[in-house]
Design a protein around this ligand. Structure first.
Ligand SMILES: Cc1cc2nc3c(=O)[nH]c(=O)nc-3n(C[C@H](O)[C@H](O)[C@H](O)COP(=O)(O)OP(=O)(O)OC[C@H]3O[C@@H](n4cnc5c(N)ncnc54)[C@H](O)[C@@H]3O)c2cc1C
Ligand code: SF4
Length: 501
């Protein structure tokens, strides 16, 4: 049993009834942001405790089953959703590794126009030379590469074929899974250990330094403070199976970094009255919907790299990315009447699938005591529908005989249909089934306390030693998959904390 700080990895079975930690830096959340911040702090000689409400996992413990993964690796046991003018499923990871345990490993550098805008809004640490250094380090640490064609398999290849026939700009996706065997189960955890998630990379570096203790199965809930400084965080150890409390902990430190993600961090700040300004507002998510195309030959979409190819429609406000939904989730994606959906399920081995990822611009969202709100804006709704038609055209160019989109009331659209009539621009948001795995922006970084929650060092306005390092600090939507940018935020805020320590 441990009762005080020890470096290494600890979980439920190691704890007694109480835990008292005293370190230089506490980090709440062991996802992309928290893990990179831990690496940045330990390499500067600081003693770090990382506190994570989910458990530690070994690849051999993962199971290729959605129900298993939702129960063990997802926030809210897989039920997290946003309320608004559309139904939006909002999955997020819970465990040492955070959302990187269940992500598809796609890696994009932060687009330069986005970084320019962020710098103009006061994010002065994101200078080009610093960001280049972060990206190089992230590429090296995550082993970012493009997987070979033999592991991409037909779900990726067929989409590339359609895009090439239409002359669309696209590419194989760079991924943090250099030894991927293409089992297609990224979002249930990588059983073969090929995916280089945060727990196996940046956090492993921090632990190997000897200065970092990772305390799994511990949820941070409260705070102690004195005169503008946080002095301790309080919380409960959890039984991982029941999520019920088994004891209490208190962790004292000189510096505190919140990395609970774009939903968890604003919730903690709001619940404890720690931040004002736009805390919890400005939620962006990259609203996404699926498109399935049916062919006359086998595709077997559940095999191959989960997400291996994309079509670049950045200028038009969206990306098309191949997406492999496992069969138990494909059923939910098929917005069809039951008899027709059953037929499509019977034909699933002949289907390919992709998603439209929208760079949300005029949608509105927030996280607060009332829950998570998100309503699709008019422009974003139109961009999403244009993306759906664009994905349909790609499937038809590759030889599909029909497509189904995540839109109620549209039905299966045959190859000879007039797409602008079949998937019309005036399709209301409430008919769209949205999925969004990129929440961001709820504790935006900026130059002024009235319009931002943290300053350029990630420090919460009004506090000397309370920082945020996760996707919540993004000042705007990103437009590309966010993990690389979150790792860069973690390295940046971690360095700022180390400078101040
Ligand atoms: C299904 C899915 C697929 C994705 N695919 C990709 C992809 O291919 N490429 C890409 O770039 N991005 C992808 N993403 C997004 C990417 O993984 C996230 O943007 C990134 O991991 C966010 O990092 P973060 O540090 O902000 O939060 P997270 O990685 O979500 O980590 C937050 C952690 O904090 C913990 N926590 C929260 N509150 C508390 C508390 N009070 N006490 C203790 N612990 C707490 C949570 O349990 C969680 O583990 C995907 C996400 C999902 C969900
Ligand atoms: S597709 Fe590759 S990275 Fe994803 S779970 Fe399978 S082996 Fe791991």
């Amino acid at each position: 049993m441990i009762g005080t700080f020890q470096p290494g990895r600890h979980g439920a079975r190691d704890y007694g009834a109480t835990l008292e930690l005293d370190v230089d830096v506490v980090i709440v959340g062991a996802g992309a942001g928290g893990s990179a911040a831990a690496a940045a702090c330990t390499e500067r000689g600081l003693r770090v405790a990382v506190i994570e409400e989910g458990s530690h996992w070994q690849p051999s413990q993962f199971r290729p089953s959605s129900i298993w993964a939702w129960r063990n690796l997802y926030q809210g046991r897989g039920t997290r959703a946003a309320h608004g003018n559309a139904v939006t499923v909002l999955p997020g990871g819970r465990g040492v590794g955070g959302s990187t345990l269940i992500n598809s490993a796609i890696c994009f550098r932060t687009p330069e126009p986005v970084l320019e805008r962020w710098r103009a809004e006061g994010c002065s640490r994101f200078a080009p030379a610093w960001m280049d250094m972060c990206f190089e380090r992230i590429w090296r640490t995550l082993g970012v590469s493009v997987n070979p064609p033999e592991v991409q398999r037909d779900n990726n290849r067929i989409f590339k074929l359609g895009a090439d026939r239409l002359g669309l700009k696209g590419a194989w996706l760079a991924r943090a899974a250099p030894n991927c065997v293409g089992c297609g189960s990224c979002q249930q955890g990588c059983e073969v250990g090929a995916k280089r998630s945060a727990d196996r990379t940046f956090l492993a570096e921090a632990v190997e330094s000897g200065g970092c203790g990772v305390f799994g199965d511990c949820r941070v809930e409260g705070v102690e403070s004195e005169g503008g400084r946080v002095t301790a965080l309080l919380g409960q150890m959890l039984d991982p199976a029941q999520e019920s409390p088994t004891g209490t902990f208190r962790v004292r430190a000189r510096h505190f970094i919140l990395s609970g993600g774009a939903i968890g961090t604003p919730r903690f700040l709001i619940d404890n009255g720690l931040a004002g300004g736009p805390v919890g507002e400005n939620l962006r998510i990259h609203p996404t919907t699926g498109v399935v195309g049916r062919f006359d030959h086998d595709i077997r979409p559940w095999m191959g790299v989960t997400q291996g190819y994309y079509v670049d429609r950045w200028e038009e406000g969206y990306l098309l990315q191949v997406y492999n939904a496992p069969p138990d989730q494909a059923w939910v994606q098929l917005a069809l009447k039951p008899a027709e959906a059953l037929q499509w399920m019977a034909d699933l081995r002949r289907c390919g699938s992709a998603g439209v990822v929208v760079h949300d611009e005029d949608s509105t969202g927030s996280v607060g005591r009332a829950g998570i709100q998100y309503s699709l804006g008019e422009r974003d709704r139109r961009v999403l529908l244009e993306g759906v038609r664009s994905a349909a055209r790609v499937f038809f160019a590759a030889g599909a005989d029909a497509v189904v989109a995540g839109a109620q009331g549209v039905g299966a659209v045959p190859a000879n249909a007039d797409l602008s009539r079949a998937i019309p621009d005036d399709l209301p948001a409430h008919q769209l089934g949205l999925y969004a795995s990129h929440p961001m922006g709820t504790c935006r970084m900026g130059a002024f306390p009235a319009t931002s929650v943290v300053d350029a060092d990630g420090r919460v306005w009004g506090w000397d030693n309370l920082h945020v390092a996760d996707a919540s600090v993004f000042p705007t939507s990103l437009g590309v998959n966010p993990q690389v940018t979150v790792y860069a935020v973690g390295l940046t805020v971690g360095a700022a904390v180390a400078d101040a320590a």
